[in-house]
Design a protein around this ligand. Structure first.
Ligand code: GDG
Length: 470
């Protein structure tokens, strides 16, 4: 069995003796511990703009996993990460053409860093290693590795949405990006809709088609393309929630509620998450359903992110002002409708807060998957579970529509109505809905996800069929 080489923009910082935090990191590190492996990517450190690019990654060994860490210059980081990845690909792939900012300088930086990564990684790879590249920052990595002569099995997983062709083709270099995907053996998306969008694109742009055996031919290569919906560490999360009643923060929160129903939202501060629309829906709900005034509290936990990208600073102001305005207009001497917290809460406390909440508000305008939706379900008390109010535009809706109340986050009035329905839902309906969702996330957790993807990557190549001209 070959080793597993994982490539991602950020490598979770290897601290001796401390396992990586976060479900995804745990699942990937687990696979690497089993079969040996390398986790390659940016170290999180920056070099001054004038420095030369690094010649050798820093190698940190921990058990059977080697972390290969690359420092990036300020210029590279600015162009590749803050620029092309987060100001062009992120907004566009989240259907936000209005926020997408394309520059040739940023694009050049994107390819420069992908080439640098390929140059530094290639000598570390052994012939039977499986290589698994993650996310939109690194789409060209596969092609760059092939250009260095690597014939290894190469997989790519996109954590964020793949939009319909009318949106993707706004990207001036969309053709190169899709050509980059064709260099892999397996391309994984979160949902069947993403796969469908990919198929429509290759057909319309006349660069490929689907074969009768389910594989795709793209730019003359036969590749596997499929939906591999990412999961969470369901069991561990449930256990954390069960034990969290003793957590001091959770205790304080519970006492401070004075019997009011808790509504919770947890999101990185990002425009894709629909936080402003959600606050507006909550305000509409308070205005329309007066009997709920003073009887519920909405906690929004929102750690800041990507502060070096201007659109994020603007939305940070917008959300803070909105929360302040709603509180100013609706608070009473002994009641604050929204508690807006701009910092990270520890993972165990978070699990406990989810369990305290009668409603989990997960209303992104667009999301690849959304792990918060699954975490909220995992954390509930089976005897008295809360209700998941979920955006139909979250990838998670493909799986959790069996029990969640689905909403369109652009429809503020509709979301306000759904919130009232969630708060008033009788116990037997809550249990029934929750049970169906919990079954799903137990049967397919983050380890199953990783195994499904690696399984597809390992599957021996079938004889390549005769490929029709594309
Ligand atoms: C991308 C895709 C896809 C948040 N605040 C705190 C905290 N969090 C944790 C949550 C959750 C994670 O961050 C966020 O995951 P999401 O899935 O919601 O979102 P993205 O960061 O945008 O991730 C997304 C994902 O990749 C995986 O494929 O689902 O669609 O956009 O785990 O719990 N954790 C703690 N304190 C916080 O304050 N401890």
């Amino acid at each position: 069995m070959g080793r597993l080489v994982v490539v991602s923009n950020r490598v979770p910082t290897p601290t001796p003796g401390t396992p990586p935090a976060g479900g995804l990191a745990v699942a990937l590190a687990g696979a690497m511990q089993e079969r040996g492996g390398i986790w390659f990517g940016w170290s999180g450190r920056t070099l001054p703009a004038t420095s030369a690019a690094q010649e050798e990654p820093e190698m940190v060994e921990q058990g059977r996993v080697t972390y290969a860490l690359v420092d990036l210059t300020e210029r590279d980081l600015n162009d590749y990460y803050a620029g092309f990845s987060n100001r062009m690909l992120w907004p566009l792939l989240h259907y936000r053409m209005d926020l997408a900012d394309f520059t040739r300088v940023a694009l050049a930086g994107y390819y420069r860093v992908n080439q640098l990564f390929a140059r530094l990684l290639a000598p570390k790879v052994e012939p039977d290693d499986l290589i698994w590249v993650h996310d939109y920052h690194l789409i060209p990595m596969g092609g760059e590795l092939r250009a260095k002569g690597l014939t290894n099995r190469l997989g790519f997983f996109l954590h964020i949405p793949f939009p319909p062709p009318d949106i993707l083709t706004v990207l001036p270099n969309h053709a190169d990006i899709v050509r980059g995907l064709a260099a892999y053996d397996v391309v994984g998306f979160q949902t069947p809709s993403d796969v469908e969008n990919f198929e429509t694109y290759i057909r319309r742009e006349k660069v490929g088609h689907r074969l009768s055996d389910g594989r795709f031919v793209v730019h003359g290569r036969a590749i596997k393309v499929g939906a591999y919906p990412v999961g969470i560490e369901t069991k561990a999360f449930t256990e954390a929630a069960e034990h969290a009643a003793k957590n001091p923060l959770v205790k304080r929160m519970k006492e401070s509620l004075l019997g009011r129903q808790l509504i919770i939202g947890v999101d990185r501060l990002d425009y894709s998450k629909g936080i402003a629309e959600r606050i507006q829906a909550y305000e509409t709900f308070l205005t329309l359903d007066e009997e709920w005034r003073g009887r519920c509290t909405y906690l929004q936990v929102t750690p800041k992110s990507r502060e070096d990208v201007p659109e994020y600073a603007a939305m940070e102001r917008e959300v803070a002002e909105l929360a302040g305005r709603v509180n100013g207009a609706h608070s009473d001497l002994d009641w604050t409708p929204i508690r807006y917290v701009n910092r990270t809460v520890g993972r165990n406390a978070l699990a406990g807060l989810y369990r305290l909440a009668r409603v989990g508000l997960v209303t992104p305008l667009r999301d690849g998957m959304n792990l918060v939706a699954k975490e909220y379900v995992a954390a509930q008390d089976p005897a008295d579970p809360g209700v998941l109010l979920l955006s139909r535009f979250a990838g998670a809706a493909h799986e959790l529509d069996i029990g969640a109340l689905l909403t369109n986050p652009y429809d503020v009035d509709g979301t306000a109505g759904a919130l009232a329905r969630a708060l008033e839902m009788p116990l037997d309906e809550r249990v029934d809905r929750w049970r169906r969702m919990y079954d799903r996330i137990s049967k397919f957790d983050v380890t199953d996800w990783r195994k499904a993807f690696i399984g597809a990557l390992e599957e021996p190549e079938r004889t390549t069929p005769k490929i029709a001209a594309v």
